[in-house]
Design a protein around this ligand. Structure first.
Ligand SMILES: [Zn+2]
Length: 222
């Protein structure tokens, strides 16, 4: 990434400047083509890494993940058999298993972390990015929607749920016969799709596209 002298940077409008989120080094916004990367000279953080047709892929993979999440929600997740007893549970059942008495907050938290927040993030990303495909104008309040999606990222825990289930399965396997259901495999694919989708999300590229269509460009992204 090109670093200009501080006196040059001071004369530039804010939309032309980008600070490294890790070390605050200030740069003039470079032109980075697909397959190129802009790296912070001071700390080495990747600042920009646009990918070709990223917006189309983000929308397609987000929509795919939303469908997988919906399927995983209401199909059997695990099927347990022990001593002649038989039980199956969906992810929804798992979240609602604590919906009695003092455990209600836990039930709400489980539902939020593994269902509501991942679904909300995906919907907000589709809302933000879909109108930008082909250089279109952003949807109303797209900048706010994208910021909320970004803020929710640490709270979207579908992947962690899968790891938790894997650990629990190892423990249960000795006591009962466990058969993974449709939702188990759907959720596994969902985690891969989420990681794949995330690899196309270049915040800089999305903010630039949102900025480019703003009537009051020349100010910092709001
Ligand atoms: Zn840096």
């Amino acid at each position: 990434m090109m670093q200009t002298e501080p006196e040059d940077l001071a004369a530039l409008p804010l939309t032309q400047l980008r600070a490294c989120p890790h070390c605050d080094a200030l740069y003039r916004l470079p032109t980075v083509r697909p397959r190129e990367r802009a790296v912070c000279q001071r700390c080495g953080l990747v600042l920009m890494a646009p990918r070709a047709r990223a917006f189309t892929r983000i929308v397609a993979l987000s929509a795919c993940a939303l469908i997988l999440l919906a399927v995983a929600l209401f199909t059997p997740f695990l099927d347990l058999s022990a001593a002649g007893l038989h039980s199956d549970a969906s992810i929804w059942d798992a979240a609602m298993a604590f919906s009695d008495g003092i455990m209600v907050p836990l039930s709400i938290a489980v539902a939020a972390f593994i269902i509501v927040i991942p679904a909300l993030r995906l919907a907000l990303i589709v809302y933000t990015v879909f109108p930008l495909i082909g250089g279109g104008a952003p949807a109303p309040h797209a900048a706010r929607a994208f910021r909320i999606a970004d803020d929710l990222r640490p709270w979207s825990m579908a992947e962690i749920f899968v790891i938790g289930v894997a650990v629990a399965l190892v423990k249960i396997a000795g006591m009962a016969s466990v058969t993974p259901g449709i939702a188990f495999w759907t959720f596994g694919v969902l985690v891969i799709v989420l990681i794949w989708q995330e690899s196309f999300v270049d915040r800089e590229q999305i903010w630039s596209a949102l900025d480019a269509a703003r009537p009051d460009r020349g100010q910092a992204p709001a």
